[in-house]
Design a protein around this ligand. Structure first.
Ligand code: FPP
Length: 245
């Protein structure tokens, strides 16, 4: 991961990398006395809108928590709805995102997905790999602890094989063994719906990330809310463990 960078656009200090926990779909649907799945469908529309806004704001990297390792424990019909939504999204949107210059990446454990989804993920990454307008990463079947354990295992295997010495294992090597090896650390993390926790998202990567929590439920989140969070980020004093300058 490179160092964190923020650029000035107009009056806004725009973070280079924004990570988002899209929470509150179920509550949004319940408020309307509709099934939870309707909340997820509405949430997907907002994901589209926020990608558009990211392009306009010139944010370099947007990373979304789409599906956690724990989400597999939800009722089977909700899980299969989310997988179907993902399938249709990949089938329909990837070409459009490619045309807009979006590079897509997926992080997480792909083993539990069907072959067709895995193929769609690879296809999306391959097709868009040269794009530079906006880097969109979607975490799917992702868990931060699992990611850290698997990085530790890969390094241990490399050490046992004799490819690296144990004392060569440092933060740089460790980061290179994470799913996010090619991404900078998030500057800003936004969580919607009033919950104020990380829920196993990007545990390593958020060491110096600024957090913005909003009560807005994800299906009600908009480009203006993103701008507000970015403005709040701009007012924060980031010291990375140093002292006031
Ligand atoms: C959290 O709301 C949201 C999720 C578990 C799924 C996020 C998915 C989307 C925004 C749409 C689809 C995106 C992809 C990539 C397929 P919740 O269900 O936990 O809401 P609640 O806390 O109110 O119950």
């Amino acid at each position: 991961m490179s160092t964190d960078v923020a650029t000035e656009i107009g009056d806004l200090t725009v973070p280079q990398h924004v990570a988002i926990i899209m929470d509150g779909n179920g509550r949004w649907a319940r408020q309307r006395m509709r099934p939870r799945t309707m909340g997820h469908a509405a949430g997907l529309e907002v994901l589209r809108e926020i990608i558009r806004a990211g392009l306009e704001l010139n944010i370099g990297f947007l990373t979304f928590f789409g599906f956690s390792t724990e989400n597999w424990n939800r009722p089977a019909d909700e899980v299969s709805f989310l997988i179907d939504l993902l399938r249709r999204y990949l089938q329909r949107e990837v070409v459009k995102l490619h045309e807009q210059g979006v590079r897509l990446r997926f992080i997480g454990n792909r083993d539990r997905f069907d072959d067709d989804i895995r193929a769609l993920l690879v296809n999306a990454e391959q097709l868009t790999r040269q794009n530079t307008a906006l880097n969109v990463t979607i975490a799917l079947s992702y868990g931060g602890r699992e990611e850290i354990v698997s990085a530790a295992r890969r390094l241990a295997e490399a050490a046992v094989r004799g490819d690296i010495a144990v004392d060569e294992i440092d933060e740089t090597r460790f980061e290179a063994a994470l799913f996010t090896a090619s991404l900078p650390a998030p500057d800003l993390l936004i969580r919607t719906s009033g919950e104020k926790r990380l829920s196993n998202f990007l545990l390593w990567q958020t060491a110096y990330t600024e957090f913005v929590f909003t009560d807005v439920l994800w299906p009600d989140f908009s480009a203006e809310h993103l701008q507000q969070a970015v403005a709040e980020f701009g007012s924060r004093d980031r010291r990375f463990g140093g002292i006031i300058g």
